[in-house]
Design a protein around this ligand. Structure first.
Ligand code: FAD
Length: 566
């Protein structure tokens, strides 16, 4: 018989959206003794750093707005992008049928609230069954003060989603602000004024009291757990899964330097993220070149749960995949920034060392990155690549840490950006090319072509701006094509973009109840896996929120199976 230091009904490993949803749902469905353990000194994981968006076709807002969506329609869309070998029917159907129920369950019983992204399109709008809005939602903003003393331990959304590094903004506000769309300055003034006038809170924290995006989603889940006194232990990494004759009984953790054995009477839920920061695993599984410093995932995601699953004989799937997205590694910043909107706006191109474009810069980030890997060969390297733009672009759009030229004039750009090979500026395209080791003739030709396409409105090489998704992050003030503008006003600029990711996607194969399966298809009793340590449900990233939507849905599924809830 086993000796235990603690005993719970359900033990959850990891405190991202998936983990916290599993804990909350398990409690609501009848498991009274629930514990979450978290390796880091902060809770929320990459979920908290993220945009917080969840892609749930047929969600409550789509229904209320009378949007024509259905499980059938979403399945038709998805099956053009995902094969059955990649994701079996039972997994896709469990997601599509239970996603809306999960959101309703949380809305009805807890402080979790999502608002619809009415105009955020699916990522492949040219396919049958795609929608141009209403499938994705973002968390409603939330006051950090509601978390009591735990507000300090909440991991904050990425600095790229904070004005001045302090004031978080929603996804809807981001689209306005970063593209300087009509009315953007009113939004900016209101955000800054609300922040400055909240003097009592400013005396306590450098961040705005109003939380938005990923950390608002996590805070809402955690506050709902606090309402129910569900404990969350920080600085408590899981080291081992404890099993007996193939049945999982609990886990071993380290807490305050002490090894503890925790019994899980009904189940262990692994929600410990992917292996994005385990360089050895990256080299074993992911396409090369690969470097964990290009990943925007939280540093503690080192594949611990996947390795333990492998030890117990769990079947792994799609281990060569990641949630690909170009990232920009800003000197002095711990986690790279995602390059999404700025890459898409008109008046910039992304080129390889030959100075040539290799894809449609306005297509979704996952597809752009996959294209990079496809085109990258020894003879024709596409890594590293550079985003090239001019003075007009810099005046009109926020570009990573450069902001706009009004917010951060050239003289205020830190010298180390150039010294460390991240950024360059020159008066001519040729001089710019030589500064970044790119072929000058190739670059001049690419720029000239783009300047022509800007006039005709047609990108003859990559059809940039042809789809509704491309145009979502275009500039409506620019015509004839909102994604194409000339690059012709000196000085010229270059910023390095890396083939990054925001987490890996391969992991443990599970059944529709999120129970982990062995190679032979049998269930490992007592073990559940969700989020990036499990095999992905939407590996092609069909729309905004394709990782958090499934993570939360399968957390709900796991909770139902663990508690027998009907
Ligand atoms: P995480 O949220 O990372 O949680 C895993 C947790 O487990 C971490 O806290 C980690 O510390 C902990 N852990 C690891 N090992 C152990 C251990 N041994 N013991 C205990 N705890 C452990 N996705 C979307 O769907 N929508 C978006 O809008 C979106 N925007 C993004 C924006 C950015 C800037 C980034 C970086 C990512 C974004 N993503 C988005 C991706 C998304 O955030 C991740 O895919 C998702 O958070 C993964 O969830 P998870 O629960 O698997 O892992």
């Amino acid at each position: 018989t086993q000796q235990w230091d603690y005993s719970y009904d359900v033990v959850v490993v990891g405190s991202g959206n998936g983990g916290l949803t599993a804990a909350l749902c398990s409690y609501e469905m009848g498991a009274r003794d629930v514990l979450v353990v978290e390796k880091s000194d902060l809770y929320g994981g990459t979920s908290s750093i993220s945009g917080g968006g969840v892609w749930i076709p047929g969600n409550r807002y789509a229904r209320a707005a009378g949007a024509e969506d259905s499980v059938e329609k979403a399945r038709t869309y998805l099956r053009q992008l995902i094969t059955e070998e990649e994701v079996p029917d039972y997994q896709l159907d469990a997601f599509l049928e239970n996603g809306p129920k999960m959101v309703d369950f949380l809305h009805q019983r807890t402080r979790v609230r999502y608002v619809t992204l009415e105009h955020y399109p699916d990522y492949y709008t040219n396919l049958e069954g795609a929608m141009e809005g209403h499938r994705s939602m973002e968390p409603e903003t939330f006051a950090a003060s509601e978390l009591g003393s735990e507000w300090q331990r909440l991991r904050r959304t990425h600095p790229m989603m904070h004005l001045g590094g302090r004031i978080g903004f929603t996804q809807v506000e981001a689209a306005l602000l970063i593209g300087q769309q009509p009315g953007w300055w009113k939004t900016a003034v209101k955000l800054v004024a609300d922040y400055l006038l909240d003097i009592p809170w400013r005396l306590r924290d450098k961040y705005h009291r109003r939380l938005a995006t990923g950390c608002a989603g996590v805070a809402r889940l955690r506050a709902s757990m606090q309402d129910r006194d569900i404990p969350l232990w920080l600085n408590t990494p899981m080291k081992r899964i404890i099993d007996e004759e193939g049945v999982v009984l609990g886990i071993e953790v380290v807490r305050n330097g002490e090894t503890l054995r925790i019994q899980a009477r009904k189940g262990v839920v692994l929600a410990a993220g992917g292996f994005e920061h385990n360089q050895a695993m990256r080299e074993q599984y992911l396409p090369r070149p690969t470097d964990h410093r290009w990943s925007a995932g939280t540093l503690d995601n080192t594949g611990d749960a996947i390795l333990e699953g492998q030890r117990l004989g769990a079947k792994m799937h799609l281990m060569d995949g990641a949630w690909w997205c170009n990232t920009i590694s800003v000197p002095g910043e711990e986690i790279p920034r995602l390059s999404i909107m700025e890459k898409s706006y008109p008046g910039s191109i992304v080129v390889n060392p030959a100075g040539e474009r290799f894809g449609n810069e306005s297509q979704n980030y996952m597809a752009f990155q996959l294209e990079t890997f496809e085109k990258h060969t020894e003879e024709n390297p596409c890594i590293p690549s550079w985003q090239i733009f001019d003075a007009n672009f810099r005046a009109n759009y926020f570009v990573g840490p450069l902001y706009t030229s009004a917010f951060r004039p050239d003289w205020a750009i830190p010298a180390r950006y150039e010294q460390e090979g991240f950024f360059a500026k020159a008066d001519t395209i040729t001089e710019l090319a030589s500064k970044i080791d790119v072929d000058p003739q190739g670059l001049a030709t690419s720029v000239a072509k783009m300047n022509e396409y800007a006039v005709t409105g047609t990108d003859l090489d990559f059809h940039r701006g042809d789809s509704a998704y491309d145009r979502y992050y275009g500039d409506p003030r620019v015509s004839p094509n909102p994604c194409l503008a000339p690059i012709d006003k000196p000085p010229y600029y270059a910023m390095r973009v890396d083939p990054g990711d925001f987490g890996t996607q391969g992991g443990m194969v599970c059944n529709a109840d999120a129970q982990v399966l062995r190679e032979d298809g049998s269930v490992i009793q007592g073990l559940y896996a969700i989020g990036n340590c499990s095999a992905p449900t939407l590996p092609c990233y069909p729309g905004p929120g394709s990782t958090l939507g499934p993570a939360m849905t399968f957390a709900y599924q796991a909770a139902k199976a663990i508690t027998g809830y009907r």
